[in-house]
Write a protein that binds this ligand. Structure first.
Ligand SMILES: *Cc1c(COP(=O)(O)O)cnc(C)c1O
Length: 397
């Protein structure tokens, strides 16, 4: 893909394992998103890439952050994100979390229950709250359907309770599930948002914003069988534009629109330089002889999502066949540290030898945050941030 050129150069220059983030690529992705959805404010879901340079780059071009804990808020502030552009997007928070966030200057809080509203009224007096509606998560690789959000009826009760407790009921939010693959999911969410907005208006609650959440997909990842996912991005944007227009029409008050993309902004602009640990063949219990390609990084140091998807791999020292079909796996003693059992085999160079470099693309989202503190002694990857010229702008060794 076009945007991998600068990443490729940085990977080629790496003699050791590392993860590389292309800041120009991430900024370009942000700009492209705003061209598709003019006027929308972005609150980057920072768990998708909690890297100082990435947060700072996005802050400079105007994005804020969707933070989920006081530590994330503090990191966003250190990276230069103004407190007014940070919201506490996690519906799960303790009294102490709320008080700390409030002390750090955050005034916008997600909620989805009466218990949380009562705590916000005490520990974040007068704050603005937006209520998250539950979604089915249908059509997404990760549904996020059970743990967050309430029914439309409850959303009305929750925001009425917020008003009664001296908080400002300011908005509604949804999350249609991560790596959402269908435009219909947004259509359903937007229909529901319109209905709840009208119900709230009838009770005299006037909203000032609607938060359409995350879920926009990465484009360069492969499904479990190794096929391109090919999400219908243009259709999604068309549904979002039409849905926002309709919401503006039904709302009794003027609405701003927020989006909390995580994956979509960073996934395709991060890549890993790893190496081959070993290519081996073993007869399995089924009697079948199976090739396994063990890489130096896997589920616990960069490829956490490898059980739900596959990544494009490149073997720069083996550009030519022959290839053998192999299961790709990480280096640890955990059997989950591998592509899914039912997954597709990956063609890998038959001559792949221990130490050979491997480039892994579209793994810029959820790599850093899901890295363990050295599971089995395999260390977190150092990272580098680059700009167009391949210029390094910071990172860790
Ligand atoms: C994780 C998360 C996001 C980002 O989701 P993506 O699918 O990566 O875009 C957005 N909002 C909230 C509340 C989240 O928890």
């Amino acid at each position: 893909m076009r945007h991998t050129t600068t990443l490729r150069a940085a990977l080629a220059a790496s003699t050791h394992d590392r993860i590389v983030y292309d800041l120009d690529g991430i900024e370009g992705q942000y700009a492209a998103l705003l061209r598709e959805l003019p006027g929308v404010s972005v609150r980057f879901a920072m768990k998708a890439c909690p890297v100082d340079e990435v947060l700072a780059a996005l802050a400079r071009v105007g994005a804020g952050c969707d933070a989920a804990s006081p530590h994330e808020i503090a990191q966003a502030l250190r990276a230069g994100v103004p407190a007014g552009r940070i919201h506490y997007g996690n519906t799960v928070k303790s009294d102490r979390n709320i008080a700390e966030a409030y002390r750090l200057g955050v005034r916008d809080f997600a909620t989805d229950s009466l218990a949380d509203v009562a705590a916000l009224a005490v520990h974040a007096p007068g704050a603005r709250v937006f209520c998250r509606l539950a979604t089915s998560g249908e059509g997404a690789l990760w549904g996020l359907s059970r743990k967050f959000g309430c029914s439309p009826e409850d959303a009305v009760l929750v925001l009425e309770a917020a008003r009664a407790a001296g908080l400002t009921p300011s908005g509604l939010s949804v999350h249609v599930g991560s790596q959402q693959m269908t435009s219909e999911a947004w259509q359903r969410a937007l229909d529901e948002l319109a209905a709840v907005t009208e119900a709230l208006n009838r009770r005299g609650i006037l909203l000032d914003h609607v938060n359409l959440g995350g879920g926009l997909p990465a484009l360069g990842v492969l499904d479990k069988r190794g096929r391109p996912l090919d999400p219908p991005l243009d259709k999604m944007f068309a549904v979002l534009r039409a849905g926002m227009q309709r919401l503006r029409e039904v709302s009794a008050s003027p609405l701003d629109f927020l989006l909390e993309p995580g994956r979509h902004l960073v996934a395709d602009h991060g890549a890993i330089r790893a190496h081959v640990s070993r290519l081996s063949a073993r007869r399995q219990l089924s009697g079948e002889r199976q090739h396994w390609l063990y890489l130096s990084c896997g589920k616990f140091n960069g490829l956490y999502e490898m059980d739900e998807l596959q990544y494009r791999l490149e073997f720069p020292t083996h550009p030519d066949p022959p290839y053998v079909p192999a299961v790709v796996a990480g280096p640890t003693c955990d059997s989950d540290d591998a592509y899914a059992d039912e997954g597709g085999l990956v063609p890998v160079p038959a001559a792949a030898a221990s130490g050979d470099p491997v480039w892994i693309f579209s793994c810029g989202a959820y790599a850093t945050a899901y890295t363990t503190q050295g599971f089995n002694g395999f260390q977190p990857l150092p990272y580098t941030c680059i700009r167009g010229g391949g210029l390094s702008t910071g990172g860790t060794e």
